[in-house]
Ligand binder design. Structure first.
Ligand code: DSN
Length: 418
């Protein structure tokens, strides 16, 4: 295409990805669509700049402008989340977690975190992940009958194990997490308390989930999920851990910070502090609730019976599918989601019995609760007849109508972004 900077085929692939995003409904719960401003900062000249160190204390010259960028970004993070200190340099959520563990723990220390099989995260102690390799991780999970966390059970485990660190946070848990209650358990067990709020950071910023910041020693997050910023990590603390966090990030585990990403994080934090973002967060949660209710009405089982946040897990074993089958069938009609283990899943992770569905990205492009009812009906149509080509063709047409009516960077998305 003539607008490409060169004839490099990578530009064709980028163009194709733009078309894929525009023509599919993105229900992957960890994804979102960023603003023009965030995108522009990511593609700015700041990508060229090395700035190892922190504002005012760099190992390179010429850092006066990136110092300003990082200082603004840090201040916005502190102000938005009510934290005393922030480090905005982590390249990703996992790298934020590396730094938090390095700040709080010695190698081999005991940690109690949420089981990946019940909705936790790889970097919360998976045996093949650095976390499981370097620290002594133990897991708590959800109850078999309620599929929710039970604080009494976690308390008993914590008092028995006496972990150095109690870790909260999840990548596939649809219910509100009682951070205050968990902090109290940590105190009773003599443990430090850390929260990875990657998935719900935007809901916390928008007032749709209680904040862990006042209760935790360290809070980590990603900036690209519900927070709707660029790919990246961010660390907050209201306690006295910032020196340890800063030196864990640099020189502990990273070299030069990605200044373009820090600029984009700063822009996203400004966007998230505007009133329109609170409306957005409210609509994300309302959309998830309506979608879960519609799927339930159509005979699909939602893990734990519903959702309090931006995501839900649909148990597709009840319609004799694996999560992998469901992901494929929905992908074929333009609905993108991911297979996901459900609690006590008899299937292996690459098949799984569930799909995870989130509403952050579709809410950004402007879909509301009426569209969630339509979408829920379409998803149910496919999951009840996954091999029926006539159903697939009809649903694909309806998805195309929705994506056409709600372009990612069109008017409805501009209104949704505020
Ligand atoms: N991979 C992310 C998710 O999909 O939830 C977590 O890092």
């Amino acid at each position: 295409m003539s607008t490409f900077p060169s004839d490099d085929p990578i530009w064709n692939a980028i163009e194709a990805e733009a078309t894929r995003q525009e023509t599919h409904l993105e229900l992957i719960a960890s994804e979102n669509h960023t603003s023009h401003e965030v995108m522009a900062a990511m593609g700015s000249c700041l990508t060229d700049k090395y700035a190892e160190g922190y504002p005012g204390r760099r190992y390179y010259g010429g850092c006066e402008h990136v110092d300003e960028v990082e200082t603004i970004c840090r201040d916005r993070a502190k102000s938005l989340f009510g934290a005393t200190h922030a480090n905005v340099q982590a390249h990703s959520g996992s790298q934020a977690n590396v730094a938090a563990y390095m700040a709080l723990l010695e190698p081999g220390d005991r940690v109690l975190g949420m089981s990946l099989d019940h909705g936790g995260h790889l970097s919360h102690g998976h045996p093949k992940n650095f976390s499981g390799l370097f620290y002594d991780f133990h897991a708590y999970g959800v109850e078999r009958d309620t599929e929710r966390l039970d604080l009494d059970r976690i308390r008993a485990q914590a008092l028995e194990l006496k972990p150095k660190l109690l870790l909260a946070g999840a990548s596939a848990y649809p219910r509100a997490i009682d951070f205050e209650g968990l902090a109290s358990i940590a105190r009773e067990a003599g443990s430090l308390f850390m929260v990875d709020m990657a998935h719900i950071a935007g809901l916390v910023a928008g007032g749709q989930h209680a904040s862990p910041v006042p209760h935790a020693d360290i809070v980590t997050m990603t900036t690209h999920k519900t927070l709707r910023g660029p790919r990246g990590g961010l660390i907050l603390t209201t306690k006295d851990w910032i020196k340890q966090v800063n030196s864990a990030i640099f020189p502990g585990e990273q070299g030069g910070p990605f200044m373009h990403a820090i600029a984009a994080k700063g822009i996203a934090l400004r966007e998230a502090s505007e009133p329109a973002f609170s409306d957005y967060a409210e609509r994300v949660v309302a959309n998830a609730a309506r979608l879960a209710a519609t799927l339930t009405e159509r005979g699909l089982r939602i893990v734990s019976g519903g959702t309090d946040n931006h995501l839900m897990l649909v148990d597709v074993s009840g319609v004799s599918l694996t999560g992998a089958d469901a992901e494929e069938a929905l992908g074929a009609v333009g609905v993108t989601c991911n297979k996901n283990l459900i609690p006590y899943d008899p299937q292996p992770p690459m098949k799984a019995s569930g799909v995870r569905i989130g509403t952050a990205a579709v809410t950004t492009r402007g879909l509301g609760t009426a569209e969630m009812e339509t979408l829920g009906g379409l998803i149910a149509d496919v999951l009840h007849a996954p091999s029926d080509e006539a159903v697939r063709a009809r649903v694909a047409r309806s998805v195309a109508e929705l994506t056409g009516a709600f372009p990612i960077r069109g008017e409805s998305a501009a209104v949704a972004r505020g």
